[in-house]
Design a protein around this ligand. Structure first.
Ligand code: NOJ
Length: 750
């Protein structure tokens, strides 16, 4: 781990005493005000936006997102009257200080605002999208990246970061798979810990603190049919085994808040679920943090059909345990009245206010409400931040296939860099970048030009990312014909993944397949660089190209990172954290599926094996499984040693294997440990990741990689819905993906 982090879940008696003292002085209206989060900004009038856009264009740039907004007229008054305790999504230090001054100097009690914001994969230094970041399998690196995000954000007055997104996602149709760490529980929990520690790092240059807000609690990623905001209907076991653990990990790492999600689970919207928000968080886990609703999630209890109006929505949310209402206005309009009428006990409001004040005090806002207005510009895009963004981008990219075409040599001759994403600056930034600027980003074309010299590179986009036209496929084909090698940069634009960006078809959008077919006909070797926010369905593409590198939406340094990998300055080392299906019909196709009573035995066999759990028209396995990713070198595994063939319930499994770099180049390998509990009181997944380690090996170098897994990690939610370790036989595997073959066994004894 890289440094100290603040733990907001350790209660401090001095803070509690100050909360008591404040609570005793607060009116009901002031209390409700602390539970209201509102917008500081509103969009400028359309004509003004258009004028600013024109001006920016004339100056050769584009309008930054934040320039579209202006301060909301009513805000000052709301703060002054104590009607609002938090604002979201602003990063203008001058405005932060101005608003904070009203809260601190002009309200009766002087309680500072808490400024929350979406800083999902970097602030100005935009890192790869989180799904890509998780493919580094490098929590230490992500902790550092999150710290950089916190440094830059806090220097702009942000106290509260609405991240990490820790939703397990097993459906690539769901656009928000881009924002999380993929399909796995164990990996998701490790990444959650790392990100929380990074965001909440002690000793930020601003002298301020930041609180993380893991989201979206809970099971938001289990939306039926992968459609955003859609119904979730999962068992209590799945909730506890798959969707809760990353949140628990985030809290253990010190996260003192959580965001309650939009979705229902089995008929109860989470933002009205006392089971999720009270029974689990408070009664079972004893967690003292703040529950912030997602944006208008309280108001959406009305269209969900569990509340007749906004007042009832406020009542349900308050009773269930939503402490702060983001943007619905329900608490602002109705909570005081509900308390007055006896519909909401005053003690519940006091509890919620206590949690909010505790967080504000723990953040040090009462002592340091203001931010140094000059600091932000000095901190953003520092060379070490940019270098880190490059390193994360390099480690996040996944080489899915390579027939030997890669790495290219810088003297490869003429390179045709084609495809609609080859020079797509905005798309480098990915889905969730409020504060990123496209001018900061390097495209793949920039990277390749810098690597081989401008004179060796031709470029033609060929066709747009989506839609039918206008296209000039012929120009791209002509460039390909005149070149020695083609780099085709294809995939999704940044706005095709993320919130409300579900897709039913996961192939190449628009005319890109047509473009690729035409490039293939030109007869030159093709490297495909895929930019995407999700696993795509590319069985045809994979047959057509010599190599496929998944670059995701890789952040401001992704262009350089792609060039480094294509030309061998670095060897690819990312591994998938969500499987890539062969067809949409397989979804969900995660590695941790169950055996069923009629397991399929072999790979591809449509008719030879009747009455087993399989398709008659496609294999069960994904095209590329979880954990897969190639390097320019090769790794071999041997000498599995199970040091503890018998593990006591209170003990630990110890196992090692030797991994050797058997190729001719240096490379990093992500060594993975999987287990299977052979017989349990309830069915268990075929494999579960229980450990991983990234190791760097020189050609010919071998290393013994040892894992220790506490028996408690082998516990699961049994028939009685309680978590316990069950005695019995286990299998284990160590290797370079979820289909690792080096196998051993052990037993757990009570
Ligand atoms: C809605 C999104 O679901 C959430 O992730 C985000 O933090 C809020 N909007 C605030 O922007």
């Amino acid at each position: 781990m890289t440094g100290d982090a603040v733990n907001y879940n350790r209660l401090d008696p001095a803070v509690e005493a100050r909360v008591d003292e404040l609570l005793a002085r607060m009116t009901l209206a002031e209390k409700v005000g602390q539970l209201v989060q509102g917008a500081p900004l509103e969009p400028r009038p359309r004509e003004e936006i258009e004028r600013l856009q024109r001006e920016a264009q004339e100056a050769g740039s584009s309008l930054p997102f934040e320039a579209i907004f202006q301060p909301r007229a009513a805000l000052d008054g709301e703060i002054r009257s104590g009607a609002i305790g938090s604002v979201l999504n602003l990063a203008d230090p001058k405005l932060v200080n101005r608003l904070q001054r009203i809260a601190v100097e002009e309200t009766r009690l002087g309680i500072p605002l808490i400024i929350g914001s979406d800083v999902i994969h970097g602030f100005r230094t935009v890192f790869p999208i989180p799904l890509a970041e998780s493919c580094t399998w490098n929590p230490e690196l992500l902790e550092r990246a999150s710290r950089v995000a916190a440094e830059e954000a806090s220097a702009h007055g942000i106290d509260w970061i609405f991240a990490p997104m820790v939703d397990v996602a097993r459906d690539p149709r769901w656009g928000r798979i881009a924002e999380g760490a993929g399909e796995d529980v164990f990996l998701g929990a490790e990444m959650a810990r790392a990100r929380v520690r990074g965001f909440q790092a002690a000793g930020l240059e601003s002298g301020r603190r930041v609180a993380a807000c893991p989201k979206h609690y809970v099971a938001y990623g289990a939306a039926e049919a992968g459609r955003d905001y859609n119904t979730v209907d999962i068992s209590e076991r799945t909730l506890r085994e798959v969707y809760l653990p990353p949140f628990q990990a985030a809290f253990e790492a010190g996260a003192g808040s959580v965001m309650s999600s939009f979705n229902e689970i089995g008929g109860v919207p989470v933002s009205a679920s006392s089971h999720a928000l009270r029974a689990i968080l408070r009664d079972e886990w004893g967690w003292p943090g703040v529950v912030l609703s997602d944006y208008n999630a309280v108001g959406e209890l009305v269209p969900h059909g569990v509340a007749a109006d906004l007042s009832e929505a406020a009542r349900l949310a308050a009773l269930a345990g939503v402490d702060m209402d983001m943007m619905s206005g329900a608490y602002a309009a109705h909570l005081a009245g509900l308390v007055d009428s006896g519909a909401v006990p005053p003690g519940l409001v006091d509890e919620a206010v206590r949690r909010v004040l505790r967080l504000k005090l723990a953040l040090g806002l009462f002592e340091h409400p203001y931010v140094d207005e000059a600091l932000g510009e000095r901190v953003v895009l520092r060379e070490e931040h940019r270098a880190l963004a490059l390193e994360v981008a390099r480690q996040s990219m996944v080489l899915l296939a390579n027939d030997g075409l890669l790495p290219l040599t810088p003297s490869a001759g003429r390179v045709a860099v084609v495809g609609p994403l080859a020079d797509a600056r905005r798309d480098m930034l990915g889905t969730w970048t409020l504060f990123g600027r496209e001018g900061d980003a390097e495209t793949v074309l920039d990277g390749i030009r810098a690597a081989v010299g401008e004179g060796s590179v031709t470029h033609a986009p060929g066709c747009p990312v989506r839609g039918e036209g206008p296209a000039d496929i012929e120009a791209a084909v002509a460039a390909a014909r005149a070149a020695d090698v083609v780099v085709a940069v294809l995939g999704e634009s940044a706005d095709m993944s993320g919130e409300a960006r579900s897709r039913a078809h996961l192939g190449l959008p628009g005319r890109q397949q047509e473009l690729l077919d035409a490039l293939v006909a030109a007869g030159k070797p093709i490297v495909c660089v895929l930019m995407t926010g999700r696993p795509l369905v590319v069985p045809r593409l994979i047959e057509q190209v010599g190599a496929l590198l998944v670059a995701w939406h890789g952040g401001i340094r992704a262009g350089r990172a792609v060039a480094d990998l294509l030309f061998g300055a670095a060897s690819p080392s990312g591994k998938l954290t969500a499987g890539w299906p062969r067809t949409e019909g397989q979804i969900p196709v995660y590695y941790g599926q169950k055996s069923t009573g009629r397991p399929a035995q072999s790979g591809v066999n449509q008719f030879g094996e009747p009455f087993t759990s399989r398709y008659i028209d496609t294999p069960n396995e994904p095209l590329f499984p979880f954990g897969h990713g190639l390097s320019y070198t090769t790794f071999a595994y041997r000498d599995l040693a199970v040091e503890t063939p018998v593990v006591a319930a209170g003990g630990a499994l110890a196992v090692s294997a030797v991994v050797e770099n058997t190729g001719a180049r240096a490379g990093d390998e992500v060594v993975q440990l999987y287990v299977r509990d052979v017989v349990g009181s309830v069915t268990r997944p075929l494999r579960e990741l229980k450990g991983f380690r990234r190791v760097a090996l020189q050609p010919g170098e071998a290393q013994t990689v040892r894992f220790e897994v506490p028996a408690s990690e082998l516990a699961f939610v049994g028939a009685d819905l309680r978590r316990s370790v069950e005695a019995g036989a286990f299998q284990l595997w160590i290797g370079g993906s979820s289909v690792a073959e080096l196998q051993g066994t052990f037993e757990v004894h009570q």
